[in-house]
Ligand binder design. Structure first.
Ligand code: ANZ
Ligand code: ZN
Length: 903
């Protein structure tokens, strides 16, 4: 026999396999779907890290084919993204051209490794026939109200004047100029992934994911059960209560509300509006102007028609008031609401027009109370008030319909300034000795006139906003904060006055952005209270009830467990779990589930991504591009540079931006933001089942046959976002009835990274990048494949070691040589037993991804063969079958050319 020469056999078999179509999924029989994360075709070419994952799933796929499965093992390109765009920026080469070149390189490199991909199903996320369906899916989200636009902070480099992706703003530093990055508010498209938080959590249960992947997903979703509790903030507000049609200062909730406010030390004015049975609104307004004094601490609480009087009075003010509370308010008369007209006096004598600008300017904070049992005022009036004047709507059921009860606690709650907290430990409420708001909290600006140390507070807030969330929440970080002097809150359980602080360990984007601080039982509050000498009050002891035992080291030691309440009024002696709901009820709090998960920012102000298929019409707002007009293709641009107004380069292509509104045919403008890198990879596994379909993203029958993916292997760096995003898309597509099952991946595993020699990251600048082409050239594809499977436990990060490659190559040479001692006659009990053990061991090891131990078993077996003068043919055949998934070229050569098998 000749010497082992991989060059002369590998490309020969690759061509032969391709011709025979052995890797094509047929779409009938017993299916198996193996998936690897499709690569980003960078200019650097294939990384040896790709080879590790691809070989592993190639071994699994080849094994499954040998077991009779119809295997789908597809490949494609996740080709939108920044590096290609930045390359275009530097060189002027268009991203399409660069992508084509890069995918050609990747394809050649992957083919040279003999991976059994079904190349007939190649997909490319940047191909309009692919992203047509990405856009289609976005429109389905939009139509279900799961895509919306909201102002969100983006990374902004003030020097370069551009918005940066997170990866370009790592550590708060601009990737381009090295200067500091700011947050800037920008309207962004968002996907409401939070609506799927529970489904994404529950779905995890039945899946065969490696435990770390599950834990990471759970932590990312971060479900907390707790409660919202309102704390009254003591202000110097003065109140004006305006009654409604046929109302009076002594009717409905007004007398009660007045008493409650006066008891809290507030001044209250309640004018009796003239002609209450047949009012003329402007005369009532004139009366208010004559009798009432307004200033920046004024809160108007208006009931029903009183809300119209209030709006009109506010319209004429010279200076803004503090707050406007509209209880069962409205702004259109019943006749114009399409109801049967009663033709009241006030409808006829008033023109029902408002100076919206002036009211918005003067009204302060707007709270709209909507009674769900109200028969007089349609629910839409509250929405209308909110659309026109802003503010927030509070829905509740009043004590009497139309908020006519003698006591209406919701009105009082809305009228007072309250600070609402989210807590998972309402059982510790009696121990809340101060409160903390996040630097972003709106309370700070609302209460500015009350705060005596405004400059100190403003300085602190500005400094906090420049920090990243990670910096702010680091466990070991020294806690800092500033008291809001002049602002006091009331602990609703104890009635005590407590101070309010601003501190950056409380985050604006979580819960309500405010906390009740319980320093005896929360580590962060404990550290803070010590730093600023705030009172610490213990209200929970360990289950034994023995203070000393639970607080080794004295009472001044943190105890953050559950236990028995002490010093907690009538709840003293109760167990934490039992006390939680009772205390919440007692202080009129609300049970609430809170997630860490945020909605997904789905916009980038960049060129190289899927255009968002919406147009903006002055008359109709955001209108979807009709499905028949998809895809909205990326126009050619001359300049890839982001614009210094923060918009995408597409905004400069006026001929593309200008379009017609699909609804009213009037002039409209296209959205110029593009989708983020994650879009195309959120559903590519579905397209593989039917990649050429022009009528749908995939034929439902094919989806039903191939889905779900049976085994998905990928990097640990993708177990949070990519996995969560694609599970979310699939759940959504399931809910709208276009995919067969909610969960896309049955099993998920991860490979460790491949580092450069010496354990550092491979990088061009360090010159330590291993190019798979070089290894293939020198040792052949089989050696590279085996080496990457042998280098160490598959899930662990491992450094490249060239010496060990030689070892693997020698092993293949020994395999080659052993073939010479194969004999068709005779038998060998030892080798029979050895190969049986090997089949079992390697077979099991593949399933647990213990590829390295499967290979050592093969090496041991070859050593056993070497000790014998002859290897029986039947034993040898079984060995070659075991070797084939790992080193398919040499196995095929020995099986067919040497042994003469036809298949
Ligand atoms: C009082 C309390 C007492 C708390 C106690 C804990 C222990 P998870 O489990 O993460 O949801 N918190 C609420 N909103 C916050 C924010 N925006 N920034 C920082 N911290 C915030 O944690 C919920 C707890 O984290 C809440 O319960 C609140 O502190 C704090 F013995 O309230 B707790
Ligand atoms: Zn229109």
């Amino acid at each position: 026999m000749k010497k082992y020469d991989p060059k002369s056999i590998e490309s020969k078999w690759q061509k032969s396999w391709e011709k025979a179509g052995i890797s094509r999924a047929k779409g009938r029989g017993k299916k198996w779907y193996s998936l690897i994360e499709f690569p980003y075709p960078s200019g650097e070419g294939l990384h040896v890290g790709h080879v590790r994952s691809n070989t592993a799933m190639d071994v699994v796929s080849r094994k499954r084919r040998m077991q009779g499965y119809d295997v789908l093992y597809p490949i494609g390109w996740d080709a939108f993204g920044l590096p290609t765009e930045n390359y275009a920026l530097r060189t002027g080469v268009s991203p399409e051209v660069a992508t084509k070149k890069n995918t050609d390189t990747f394809r050649r490199q992957l083919k040279a490794l003999g991976f059994s991909f079904d190349w007939s199903r190649e997909v490319d996320t940047t191909d309009p026939s692919y992203y047509k369906w990405t856009q289609w899916m976005f429109l389905q989200f939009f139509k279900k109200g799961l895509a919306y636009k909201a102002a969100m902070p983006i990374n902004w480099c003030p020097k370069d004047k551009i918005g940066l992706a997170n990866e370009e703003a790592a550590g708060g530093v601009c990737d381009r100029c090295g200067g500091p990055v700011e947050k800037r508010m920008k309207e962004q498209w968002m996907l409401r992934i939070t609506a799927y938080a529970d489904k994404l959590l529950e779905g995890l249960g039945a899946l065969d994911y490696i435990p770390q992947a599950k834990v990471q997903q759970e932590n990312w979703i971060g479900r907390s059960e707790g409660a919202e509790i309102d704390f009254e903030v003591k202000t110097k507000a003065n109140y004006v209560l305006l009654h409604g049609y046929k109302g009076a200062p002594d009717k409905n909730f007004l007398p009660w509300l007045r008493r409650e406010l006066v008891a809290r030390g507030r001044s209250v004015q309640v004018p009796a509006l003239p002609e209450t049975d047949a009012p003329d609104i402007l005369r009532q307004v004139a009366h208010v102007e004559e009798t009432v004094r307004f200033d920046e601490q004024t809160v108007i609480v208006a009931h029903s028609l009183g809300s119209v009087v209030a709006l009109k009075a506010i319209e004429r003010l010279e200076r803004p008031i503090k707050k406007l509370v509209l209880a069962a308010g409205f702004m259109t008369p019943p006749s114009k609401r399409g109801e049967e007209s009663i033709r009241r006096n006030y409808e006829k004598t008033f023109d029902w027009r408002f100076d919206v600008e002036a009211i918005r300017r003067n009204a302060g904070e707007v709270v709209i109370l909507r009674d769900t049992s109200d028969k007089n005022i349609p629910a839409a009036e509250a929405d209308k008030l909110q659309t026109v004047f802003g503010g927030r709507i509070v829905d509740f059921t009043a004590k009497e319909p139309h908020i006519c009860g003698n006591q209406e606690p919701e009105v009082l709650a809305a009228s007072l300034d309250t600070l609402t907290v989210f807590t998972t430990r309402p059982d510790t409420l009696f121990g809340a000795t101060y409160m903390v708001v996040a630097p972003e909290h709106q309370l700070i600006s609302h209460l500015l006139p009350l705060i005596s140390n405004v400059r100190e507070v403003e300085r602190y807030v500005a400094a906090a906003k420049a920090k990243s969330e990670a910096e702010r929440t680091a466990e070991d970080k020294k806690k800092t904060g500033v008291a809001l002097l002049g602002v006091r809150a009331v602990n609703p359980a104890t009635g005590e006055d407590i101070p309010v602080w601003v501190a950056d360990y409380v985050l604006g984007g979580y819960g309500t952005g405010a906390i009740m601080a319980v320093p005896a039982h929360d580590a962060r509050d404990f550290a803070f209270a010590h730093a600023y000498d705030l009172p610490i009050r213990k209200v929970v002891t360990g289950p034994s009830g023995d203070h000393e035992a639970d607080h080794v080291g004295g009472p001044d030691v943190l105890y953050d467990g559950e236990g028995i309440l002490v010093d907690s009024g009538r709840f003293t002696g109760m167990y934490s779990e039992k006390a939680k709901p009772e205390i919440v009820k007692d202080v009129r709090g609300r049970a609430r589930v809170q997630y860490r998960l945020r909605d997904w920012v789905f916009s980038r102000q960049r060129y190289w991504g899927e255009p968002i298929p919406l147009v903006n019409c002055e008359k109709c707002g955001w209108v979807p591009v009709p499905e028949k007009d998809l895809p909205v293709t990326l126009p050619k641009v001359k300049n890839y540079e982001p614009r210094d107004d923060g918009q995408s380069p597409l905004a400069s292509v006026e001929s593309w931006v200008r379009t017609k509104c699909p609804t009213c045919k009037g002039p409209a403008r296209r959205e110029t933001d593009t989708m983020p890198n994650w879009a195309g990879s959120s559903w590519y596994f579905l397209r593989y089942t039917d990649p050429k379909n022009k009528k749908a993203f995939a034929d439902p029958k094919k989806l039903k046959y191939f889905m779900p993916v049976d085994w998905y292997n990928g990097g640990m760096e993708h177990t949070v976002l990519h996995l969560l995003y694609s599970r979310f898309w699939n759940h959504f597509l399931y809910d709208i009835g276009v995919v067969p099952a909610p969960e896309p991946y049955r099993k998920r595993t991860s490979h460790g990274m491949v580092l450069a020699e010496g354990g550092v990251k491979m990088s061009k600048s360090k010159g330590n990048v291993i190019n798979p082409d070089d290894i293939v050239k020198q040792y052949g594809a089989d050696t590279l494949r085996l080496y990457e499977m042998f280098m160490g436990p598959f899930d662990q990060t491992i450094a490249w070691d060239t010496r060990n490659i030689v070892g693997v190559y020698r092993f293949l040479e020994r395999v080659w040589k052993t073939a010479e001692s194969v004999s068709a006659r005779g038998s060998d009990k030892d080798l029979e037993a050895a190969v049986t053990r090997l089949v079992k061991k390697a077979g099991e090891d593949i399933e647990t991804m213990s590829f390295n131990t499967a290979l050592s078993a093969m090496m041991i077996f070859i050593n056993e063969c070497a000790a014998k003068s002859a290897v029986p043919l039947s034993v040898w055949k079984r060995f070659l079958l075991v070797l084939a998934p790992f080193a398919p070229h040499i196995a095929e050569e020995l099986w067919r050319e040497v042994l003469g098998n036809k298949k």
